[in-house]
Design a protein around this ligand. Structure first.
Ligand code: SF4
Ligand code: SF4
Length: 184
């Protein structure tokens, strides 16, 4: 008999930060009913939790579910069992990225461009962040945004040059410390 402990998908998810109550879900569906993007998910939040508990890892991580969460936390505020579905969904994103599942959306590219902008400038530099995002995904899609970009620029709401925040070094230290906690 092997001494290696057998870790199930459920154990893996339950070990993620603030996801330990997943087994107490009563499948009431309040999370799915509260979720503004659930209509786009192949499996809505309630079912995502059921699939984790059923060990359906590959089917779940290959689906478009989890990538459409916009972090509104309504599911988490309303869950009668304090399950924190949003944390579970974001934890599943981490597992999917680490294990090489390819997101069926450009959400992670958006996250990365946004986060990189904060790392580089200490705040979001809208023009640079959007430019990077479109160059990495679909440069032609940027053309559709051009009229809005011109309006923002004319009203001084989208400067072409980045501004740096004060205390950038301290912020970099904080970000590096957070990075030691693992990838997102
Ligand atoms: S609201 Fe909470 S208890 Fe109800 S299905 Fe969603 S996670 Fe489970
Ligand atoms: S936090 Fe995510 S999963 Fe929860 S309701 Fe909002 S979009 Fe849906």
């Amino acid at each position: 008999m092997s001494d290696i402990p057998h870790t199930t998908f459920l154990d893996e998810v339950a070990a993620l930060p603030a996801c330990g109550k997943i087994n107490e879900c009563i499948q009431c569906g309040v999370c799915s009913g509260s979720c503004s993007t659930a209509t786009h998910w192949e499996y809505p939040p309630r079912k995502v939790i059921a699939m984790v508990r059923a060990g359906m890892k590959d089917e779940l991580l290959k689906s478009n579910s989890i990538w459409f969460c916009v972090s509104c936390y309504l599911c988490t505020a309303r869950c009668p069992r304090d399950i924190k579905p949003a944390n579970i969904v974001h934890g599943l994103e981490s597992i999917a990225i680490k294990e090489g599942y390819k997101p069926p959306t450009t959400t992670t590219t958006m996250y990365r461009s946004f986060a990189q902008s904060i790392v580089d400038h200490g705040r979001v530099y809208e023009f640079g962040f959007m430019l990077k995002y479109f160059l990495r995904t679909n440069p032609f899609a940027a053309l559709k945004m051009l009229p809005m970009a011109i309006q923002l620029f004319r009203h001084g709401r989208m400067p072409l040059a980045p501004k740096q925040v004060k205390g950038k070094e301290e912020l970099t230290t904080i970000i590096n410390k957070m990075g030691e906690g693992g990838d997102r």
